[in-house]
Design a protein around this ligand. Structure first.
Ligand SMILES: [Fe+2]
Length: 200
């Protein structure tokens, strides 16, 4: 079965005014669809086509060398966006008490976490992502370039912000900092907590 786009749990305009409906529509129906289609093309006829995308990304070095780069970029983009949609649209404005207390030691609490996560998002030169991951049981903030995925590095993604210009340019143009500040308003903390509990 070829990969398909996961259904969005909310409408394109649900994240307004922070993330505008047009950006959501283009991001999901054009950008994400392209990653999905190109992943299917790259994997067609290989034994990997039937496997979950996470498993494929964890085994990039085992792929035929002529496929590897396409899968790394397109498969990474497919997987990263699958996650990204679930990280937004939540009803809660703050992490659960358990997650908040887990943020104490590595980041100095929720405020410290936000500050460091924003710095990672703004400091990512060019296209890429900022992440909160669980790496060998440790909470870490990381960045990836282009569509590289933490999954390929054996990390478990808990939260991410897309800092490709396609994620914010229509509304924010070059003002990435403004976008990231606004993005906090739509984070789905229930999903982050769910993934954290599952990952532990
Ligand atoms: Fe994106």
């Amino acid at each position: 079965m070829p990969y398909t786009l996961p259904k969005l749990a909310y409408s394109y305009d649900a994240l307004e005014p922070h993330i505008d409906a047009k950006t959501m529509e283009v991001h999901y129906s054009k950008h994400h669809q392209t990653y999905c289609d190109n992943t299917n093309k790259a994997l067609a006829g290989t034994e990997w086509a039937e496997k979950p995308i996470e498993e494929v990304l964890m085994n990039l070095e085992k792929l035929p060398s002529e496929k590897r780069n396409a899968v790394r970029t397109m498969g990474g983009g497919y997987c990263n966006h699958n996650l990204f949609w679930t990280f937004m649209g939540g009803p809660t404005r703050e992490p659960t008490a358990e997650l908040k207390s887990a943020l104490e030691k590595p980041f100095g609490g929720f405020d410290g976490f936000r500050e460091k996560f924003e710095a990672a998002a703004l400091g990512q030169f060019g296209s890429g992502w900022a992440w909160l991951v669980l790496d060998q049981g440790q909470l870490k903030i990381t960045q990836t370039s282009n569509q590289d995925s933490p999954v390929s590095m054996g990390q478990i993604p808990l939260l991410a912000v897309d800092v490709w210009e396609h994620a914010y340019y229509l509304k924010y143009q070059n003002r990435r900092a403004e976008y990231v500040k606004a993005w906090w308003n739509v984070v789905n903390w229930d999903e982050v907590a769910r993934r954290f509990t599952e990952a532990k």
